[in-house]
Design a protein around this ligand. Sequence first.
Ligand code: 3PG
Length: 409
Amino acid sequence: MSIDYLALDEELDKEEYLICEYTVKSDLDIETAGKRIAEEESTGTWTRPTTLSEDIFESYGAKVTKAEGNRTRIGYPVIDFSGDIGGIPQILSIVAGNLFGLDSLDGVRLVDVEIPPKILKRYPGPQKGLKGLRQILDRPEKPLVGTIVKPKIGLPPKEFAEYVYEAGKGGLTNSKDDETLVDQDFCPLEERVSAVSEKLDLLEEEDHKMIHAHNISTSAHEILEAADLALENGARQLMLDVLTVGFSGLQALAEDPSIKVPIHVHRAMHAAITKDPEHGISMPVIAKLVRMAGGDALHTGTYGTGKMHADISEELESKEALLGDMHGLKRMMPVASGGLHPGLIPELMGKSGNDVQIQAGGGVAGHPEGVGAGAKALSQSVDASFEGVPLDEFKKDHPELKKALEKWS
Ligand code: 3PG
């Protein structure tokens, strides 16, 4: 047997290989480019090591099974991945490691990853997921509808909690801290959680179920301590910025037996990794890793309706990564957030369907009559779209929606 990473058109056993699809931009032909990736990330390096035997290559060498156009598919043997110690960091060091810096490749994008059950079984995944969130909120079919407390930073705990209360009175099921708010002096985590929890209790007494995601994105060694502090003060949901914290931080939180509340996952910083169509890692890959790591809800975009850059086909794939089959892992709740307002909801829901958590910050707090009216207008727009009634029709009996549409149409 000779050592050659090319195994074109060979169907690899999906139980025994973790299979990645990459697009490549390079002067090299695609077969050679795929081979460079396979050797760099498995048994090779820039030259043939004298220590690489045929036996080692046969067991551990990655195989290039497709090389067409600008796409290559590479299978990494399951045995290349660590047992109990290693986890998602080690997976990423292989499938998304040195390859991004190879000088012979001008651009490489990891567009998909298929993780075999032998690896996935080490990950419990979401504890609540989409179904659990719907049960907690007693909302079996309609999209969840929420807000991000605005301004992003600056409100003290009492006013912050008042915002949440008004949003709940307006019919919202969810609210959350913004990604940049954690434990600043003007709104310390402990006081914020306690003030918000009081308001959520009050809403519950008034027969409205609502949860608020408290951002505990901090250094890895402090995450569980921050979670304890939030839970002791009544937190009903926790939130992490998964890419600034790291997948391991999310996993540490999700797999800790004391965490019994759902985890909302924000993706701040993702565009540094996902936005360049010729380089980086696609959002669907990140979505799969978040599902493995145990997130319950994840921001996956607004399908071009909001303020953030969107690649609609990748957003649909991200949705599928959260809702499709993943060897028994619970389904997650996709979150649409960023520049939304009531006028955009019919178009958004045309793409997202009903399994989505729709959120607006400015699109609630910017309503001419304030947060309560903004929350009503957003809920009304979701109700109209759920019932298939055009907003121009629905607004006739819903003055808050009418006002919102006048401002943002
Ligand atoms: C988010 O967390 O997605 C953003 O803060 C959304 O805020 P916006 O609805 O005001 O754009």
